[in-house]
Design a protein. Structure first.
Length: 93
C-alpha cells in the first residue's frame, strides 16, 4: 500500500504550530493542523523560479539530516532486535 494512502486512512492530527516535513510521495496529503513543508515540483516545460529553488534547498537541507538519522537507526538494527540488556533498572516492554 502506498504511503499516502496509509496516511489518509490514519487521520493524523498534529499539535498547533508543528511543521510537517513531507516528500513528493505525499503530494495532496493535508492534515487538518500543522504547517506542511514540501519541495515544489517543476512545472511541465518550464523551469523552477529562483524562490522555488531556494525553498527546495531549505527543505532538502532539513530532510537530509532526518534521512541520515533514519538510516542510522536501520543500520544499527535498533528497532529490529529485542533489547537484551539484563541490568535490573532497564525494562524491556
Amino acid at each position: 500500500m502506498h504511503d499516502k494512502a496509509i496516511a489518509d486512512g490514519e487521520e493524523y492530527e498534529f499539535p498547533e504550530g508543528s511543521i510537517v516535513w513531507q516528500d513528493n510521495g505525499f503530494q495532496g496529503f493535508a492534515p487538518p493542523s500543522g504547517t506542511i513543508r514540501q519541495p515544489k515540483k517543476k512545472p511541465r516545460n518550464q523551469p523552477l523560479s529562483e524562490s522555488d529553488k531556494q525553498h527546495n534547498q531549505e527543505v532538502s537541507s532539513e530532510r537530509v539530516e532526518i534521512e541520515h538519522q533514519i538510516g542510522g537507526i536501520k543500520r544499527c538494527n535498533i528497532v529490529a532486535h529485542k533489547f537484551r540488556n539484563r541490568t535490573d533498572y532497564y525494562v524491556d516492554i
